[in-house]
Design a protein around this ligand. Structure first.
Ligand SMILES: C[S@@+](CC[C@H](N)C(=O)[O-])C[C@H]1O[C@@H](n2cnc3c(N)ncnc32)[C@H](O)[C@@H]1O
Length: 300
């Protein structure tokens, strides 16, 4: 892979670019203490495959990507998704993050589980590191809202995408995250015990996976840099960057056929429909699990 900037290769064989931006450094230090999302104690190739296949979205994404593609996961954290997508394919996968500790964990997992088709690169999303139009897929889930300027971060990754390539971004929703915002107050006042009971993700994590529990609590309730966004903001980001809207979770329109594949083009709905869908997040699993929404687009 060719890069636009100078780098060095550190002891762990991870391509490493300097991080100079002060907000990125702050966030990097945050995730270096508790890498996210981290693995369960007994995770291996088989369990990661099982977990990925159980998640209908991850499974569909993997089957849609297919073979002979290049893909980058920006803000890959400890690289579960990248490793899952690499297993059993010949795709060239690039796991990119500002936290070296997270990448080291992902790389160790790939090495121990014989996953050869994945590269690990440490750098800042704002730095122009890659050549233009080299990836068929760009995934960036749960990352932009932890940067100093989410729109600018989005604009800096779009050029890496090939024409007709797909970009998928996941962001906290301004309305859909209401329940987490409320739990954050509960956490501040009453602490971990009550939050463990109220948070459905924490209830699901095995009590012995202490690092995973701590990573989730810090990510959701103690993050130093966090913003939230709306469907219309992202539609505008897409429009301004020549990206055609394809689909979203939850969907934009109230009247979409539920049986469609996630990568089939769907309706954008009206402004009122989109507002209603975001309010409905509060009452659904999306709202109870953090209010994250996903948009997918295709480069024109
Ligand atoms: C909440 S985690 C999401 C991890 C993974 N995408 C997931 O969905 O589980 C956010 C990740 O983004 C990375 N990140 C935040 N700001 C970044 C930046 N400016 N450049 C590169 N990575 C960044 C963090 O280090 C962290 O691993």
């Amino acid at each position: 892979m060719k890069f636009k900037k100078n780098f060095f290769t550190n002891n762990d064989d991870i391509v490493d670019f300097d991080i100079t931006d002060s907000t990125t450094r702050k966030v990097k230090e945050f995730y270096e203490k508790f890498p996210f999302p981290n693995y369960k104690l007994n995770d291996n190739k088989q369990t990661i495959l099982e977990q990925g296949d159980k998640n209908s979205f991850a499974k569909e994404l993997k089957s849609f990507i297919g073979f002979n593609k290049s893909m980058i996961e920006i803000g890959s954290g400890t690289c579960q998704l990248s490793n899952y997508l690499a297993i059993g394919t010949n795709n060239e996968i690039c796991a990119f993050d500002s936290s070296l500790t997270s990448l080291k964990i992902g790389k160790k997992f790939a090495k121990e589980n014989n996953i050869p088709n994945i590269n690990f690169i440490r750098g800042d999303i704002f730095d122009k590191i890659f050549e233009d139009e080299i990836f068929d897929f760009i995934l960036c889930n749960g990352v932009l809202h932890h940067t100093a300027n989410p729109y600018k971060a989005f604009c800096s990754i779009v050029p890496y995408l090939k024409k007709n390539g797909y970009i998928l971004i996941g962001l906290y929703n301004k309305i859909g995250r209401t329940r987490t915002n409320f739990r954050r107050y509960i956490y501040k006042i009453f602490g971990e015990k009550i939050t463990m009971y109220l948070d459905p993700i924490l209830r699901k994590i095995d009590k012995n996976s202490k690092d995973k529990i701590e990573a989730w609590i810090r990510d959701q309730y103690l993050h130093p840099v966090e913003t939230s966004h709306t469907f219309d903001e992202v539609l505008n980001w897409f429009k301004l960057n020549n990206i055609e809207f394809i689909n979203s979770i939850p969907q934009c329109s109230l009247f979409e056929e539920p049986s469609k594949s996630f990568f089939d083009k769907t309706k954008q709905g009206t402004f009122i429909e989109r507002i209603l869908q975001q309010f409905m997040m509060i009452l659904s699993r999306y709202g109870s699990e953090g209010g994250l929404f996903i948009f997918v687009g295709r480069k024109k």
